[in-house]
Design a protein around this ligand. Structure first.
Ligand code: FAD
Length: 276
C-alpha cells in the first residue's frame, strides 16, 4: 500500500521556556519522520523573530523546516528581505499566506491577497521555493461566495503554488466536494488535508467559530455531554480524528498536515494508530 506522507505544524513560542518545551516536543515528533515541520508567522506582531529562530533551529537539527510567510501589513521590500534570508539559509519550502492583521493595525501593506504574494515570490526567486498555499474546503469566512473563494484559490495556483494545505475540517464530504470542484477547474496540485487533533473541546469550539470550520452536530453534542471529563474528551477526540484520517487516506488524500498546537502526544498516537 502507498505510504501517506505527513507534515506537522508548530507555532513559535513566546517565551524561552516555551522554546525549550517545543524542543522536547520536536524531538519526540521527529522520530515519526514527518516530511517537514512548518512554523506559523504572525502578521505585524512580535513573534516574527521567534518564527525565524524556530525555523533555523529545526534546520540545524537536520530536519526540513517550512516557514509560513504572510504578506498582510508588509511592504515588498520587507518580504524580499525575508525571502533572501531564507534562500541564503537553504530553506526550500514556504507556506505563502495573506494572513490576518492584528486588531488595531490598519495598514494592509503592499500585497493584498495571497495570490499576489505567490506571484511576488516567483518573480523574486524563480523556482527556488516549493510554495504551499491555504485552501478552505468549508470556504474562507470572508469569502463573498463559495464560487468566489474557489476562484481565489485558483488564482493562487495559477500564480505558481505547488501544493496546498487545507484549513482543518471534520466533514470528509466538504473536502471531497472541494477536490471535485478543483478537478473541474483543472487544478491539479495536491490539496493536503489539515488535521486538528482535539484535546480541549471548549477551545476548539471558540477557534472553529472564528476560522469557519464546522464541528458537526453529532460531535459537538457528544463532546458537550462529557462536560469536564477531560479523559473522555481526549479519548473520543483521538477516535474521531483517527477515523477522519483513515477515511481521507482511503479516499486517496495526497498527505496529511497536522496542526499539533506544540503538543506531541495526540499526533504521535494518531500517526501510530494509522501505521504511517
Ligand atoms: P487569500 O487566499 O488571499 O484569501 C483571503 C480571503 O480573500 C478569502 O476570503 C478569499 O476568497 C478572498 N480573496 C482572495 N482574493 C480576492 C480578491 N482579489 N478580491 C476579493 N476577495 C479575494 N495565518 C497567519 O497569520 N499566520 C500563519 O502562519 C497562518 N498559517 C496558516 C496555514 C494554513 C494551512 C491555513 C489554512 C491558514 C493559515 N493562516 C495563518 C490563516 C490565514 O492567514 C487566514 O485564513 C487568512 O484570513 C487568509 O489567508 P489566505 O492566504 O488564505 O488568503
Amino acid at each position: 500500500m502507498r505510504k501517506t506522507n505527513f507534515s506537522i505544524e508548530f507555532f513559535p513560542p513566546q517565551t524561552p521556556e516555551g522554546m525549550e518545551k517545543l524542543r522536547a516536543t520536536r524531538a519526540q515528533l521527529a522520530r515519526l519522520q514527518p516530511e517537514f515541520f512548518s512554523v506559523t508567522y504572525g502578521a505585524g506582531c512580535s513573534t516574527q523573530e521567534r518564527t525565524f529562530e524556530t525555523v533555523f533551529e529545526i534546520q540545524r537539527e537536520g530536519l526540513e523546516a517550512a516557514p509560513h510567510l504572510s504578506c498582510v501589513g508588509s511592504s515588498r521590500s520587507q518580504i524580499r528581505d525575508i525571502l533572501n534570508r531564507y534562500r541564503e539559509a537553504g530553506i526550500g519550502r514556504i507556506v505563502a499566506l495573506r494572513g490576518d492583521l492584528p486588531s488595531g493595525v490598519v495598514d494592509p501593506g503592499e500585497l493584498r491577497y495571497a495570490n499576489e504574494l505567490v506571484e511576488f515570490i516567483r518573480a523574486e526567486t524563480g523556482d527556488h521555493f516549493h510554495i504551499e498555499v491555504a485552501a478552505y474546503p468549508e470556504y474562507h469566512p470572508q469569502a463573498r461566495s463559495p464560487q468566489d473563494d474557489l476562484r481565489a484559490f485558483k488564482r493562487k495556483v495559477d500564480a505558481g503554488a505547488d501544493s496546498a494545505i487545507t484549513q482543518y475540517f471534520y466533514n470528509t464530504d466538504a473536502y471531497l466536494h472541494f477536490r471535485d470542484e478543483c478537478d473541474a477547474l483543472g487544478i491539479v496540485i495536491p490539496v493536503v488535508p489539515g488535521i486538528m487533533p482535539i484535546v480541549s473541546f471548549s477551545k476548539l469550539a471558540r477557534f472553529s467559530d472564528a476560522c469557519g470550520a464546522e464541528i458537526p452536530r453529532w460531535m459537538r453534542r457528544k463532546f458537550e455531554g462529557f462536560g469536564d471529563d477531560t479523559a473522555s474528551i481526549k479519548a473520543f477526540g483521538l477516535d474521531v480524528v483517527t477515523d477522519l484520517c483513515e477515511s481521507l487516506i482511503a479516499e486517496g488524500a495526497p498527505g496529511l498536515h497536522f496542526y499539533c498546537m506544540n503538543q506531541a502526544g495526540p499526533v504521535s498516537t494518531i500517526v501510530q494508530r494509522l501505521g504511517l
